[in-house]
Design a protein around this ligand. Structure first.
Ligand SMILES: [Fe+2]
Length: 562
């Protein structure tokens, strides 16, 4: 079902948007987003009685196609059928059928209200989540995920407030399920969202198996489609770490979770990545020809593949690309809200999503209460003292937890709930491992760069406030910032705007004054948990982990040396 979330819209502006996991503290929380809704209403200062429309990003009655797929799989293999039906039965009874009770569930929990309830198609919600908040008046739209009700990939054309669907590609042909299946073949866990590990690993390998993959697993089909061959690689079997004989004969055995990562595994990852990119570029050629657009909007879980996004920007026929930063299902709550506002109510567009700071924030007093409750001591400093001091700590090798303003919506910390560190240090990965969390050695660390300095660092103009694109770092810059340059010379930067995050921008500026480097290493403030939400969450993480300092708004807590 994907990550649960809620978004509140008022007069076409986002009042609040947040994932349920940030409150429940369970990663990728699936289920009804009670806490997220409660927060949105509180942030808006309203009750459910004042809400006119509620939309869900699923049409639960489109189940027939899925049932047909399950039946058809019996013809291929009994194991495949069993894998589908087991999963299918629980999904139908618990998730899909439960959706019909959502309107009454809402009223029961949040009080009486005569809102209208709408069930929207999943991929239309993904498409709306990107196009309707993009800077474009018209645009081609491509959405790709594991699966919606039955659609896995959708091409559409956005014109004004209208989303015109051009093509739906349906199960079993799914780019998301293809990538998840490879994720499990490599010994990772698709249910933990480990797809990024395959992407990170892909930079180390060569696409040695590309021939086999394109011939037998995933390939472009016709002018505007693709085919995924589940006889060779099946997502549902892969969930149980079962793989076909043909696959094992060609690639060797699947990797066990604790097995060492070898060159073969890296080459499989590189192959999976390249073959995905080729298929997506093929789809984009068709979409470009069909729409005649120079603008492209992307969403759906596959659009979180930042390496692929980089290639799309460089190699697709589109001149301008907007990627919804919350491309996972969490972003569908935002898309559904905008689809109602524009698609159903016909209101004109007035919102552009140029930042993701849409969640809860906390006052200095609230931070103080949490610090008092934790037993820690803090200093309160004005920014003209605090920011230079934090910059100095970082330049001296500290890892700093940085907590300010509204929580980010989406999987990336963008300078409001972040660990910050010095990008110049070659030993940063080791340092972070010692002080913060166990990270896989192949996981690239990402920088936040002043947007004014982006061209210098990347050798070409590049703006990305959301960290959704991997870019080559300018060759003359790579040696200056080894901690954030991946093995292939790339990085996944966030460009920080003075307008949308002035305080974070100023902190990086202070670091630049000290070091000449206009960027900080930025990774999300969490240790094997969802990104922290409240001051108490941040303090808990500080007390459990070993990083050096924590900033909560204007409070600075420095760990005592021992
Ligand atoms: Fe989705």
């Amino acid at each position: 079902m994907g990550e649960a979330s809620a978004t509140l819209l008022h007069d076409g502006q986002v009042v609040a948007a947040v994932e349920e996991e940030r409150f429940s503290r369970r990663k990728h929380h699936v289920g009804f987003p009670f806490s997220a809704i409660e927060y949105c209403l509180r942030e808006g200062g309203i009750t459910l009685a004042e809400v006119n429309h509620v939309a869900l990003y699923w049409k639960p009655w489109i189940l027939r196609h899925k049932a047909m797929q399950a039946a058809r799989s019996l013809l291929i293999s009994p194991a495949m059928f069993k894998a589908r039906v087991d999963r299918g039965v629980t999904q139908v009874s618990q998730s899909y059928l439960g959706m019909f009770r959502y309107p009454s569930l809402l009223r029961k929990h949040f009080g009486p209200s005569d809102f209208e309830f709408h069930y929207l198609e999943h991929h239309v919600s993904h498409a709306a989540s990107t196009f309707l908040v993009s800077p474009f008046e018209t645009s081609a739209i491509l959405t790709m995920d594991g699966t919606g009700e039955a659609t896995t990939t959708m091409m559409s054309h956005g014109v004004g407030t209208d989303i015109r669907v051009l093509k739906r590609i349906k199960l079993p042909h799914s780019l998301g399920q293809y990538y998840s299946a490879v994720t499990n073949f490599l010994g990772f866990d698709m249910f933990a969202g480990d797809e990024w590990k395959v992407m990170g690993l892909s930079a180390f390998g060569k696409p040695e198996f590309a021939d086999f993959f394109s011939r037998r697993i995933l390939a472009p089909k016709g002018a505007d489609s693709f085919a995924f061959n589940i006889r060779v690689l099946d997502h549902h079997l892969a969930k149980r770490y079962q793989f076909s004989d043909e696959l094992v004969a060609e690639l060797g055995p699947p990797r066990g979770p604790d097995e060492e990562i070898t060159e073969r595994h890296q080459n499989i990852a590189a192959t999976a990545q390249v073959v995905l990119e080729e298929v997506v570029l093929h789809l984009l050629e068709a979409l470009h020809a069909r729409t005649g657009e120079e603008n492209l909007c992307l969403a759906g879980g596959v659009a979180l593949n930042s390496v692929m996004n980089g290639r799309i920007i460089r190699e697709s026929p589109f001149k301008r690309v907007y990627v919804q930063p919350v491309s996972s299902d969490a972003g569908c709550s935002l898309g559904a809200a905008f689809q109602i506002y524009h698609g159903l109510l016909g209101r004109p567009r007035s919102y552009q999503m140029d930042h993701a700071y849409l969640g809860p924030s906390f006052t200095s007093d609230e931070c103080r209460s949490a610090i008092d409750a934790s037993g820690l001591t803090s200093e309160v400093l004005p920014d003209d003292e605090l920011l230079p001091r934090v910059a100095r700590l970082i330049a001296d090798g500290a890892v700093v937890g940085w907590f300010q303003g509204r929580l980010e919506f989406g999987p990336r910390a963008l300078g409001n709930r972040s660990f910050l560190a010095d990008p110049r240090r070659r030993d940063m990965l080791q340092l972070l491992n010692d002080k913060v969390k166990l990270r896989e050695w192949f996981r690239p660390l990402a920088p936040s760069v002043l947007e004014e300095a982006s061209t210098e660092m990347f050798g070409q103009p590049h703006l990305d406030p959301f960290m959704v694109t991997v870019m080559p770092v300018a060759e003359d810059q790579q040696a200056r910032i080894p901690a954030v340059v991946h093995v292939d010379g790339s990085a996944r930067p966030q460009t920080v705007s003075r307008r949308t995050n002035p305080r974070y921008w100023q902190l990086i500026k202070e670091f630049e004054k000290l070091t000449g480097v206009p960027m900080l290493l930025n990774t999300s403030l969490n240790v094997q948990e969802p990104i922290v939400c409240t001051p108490a969450d941040a303090l808990g993480t500080f007390q459990r982990a070993g990083f050096d300092a924590l900033v909560l708004e204007d409070h600075l807590i420095v760990r005592a040396a021992h």
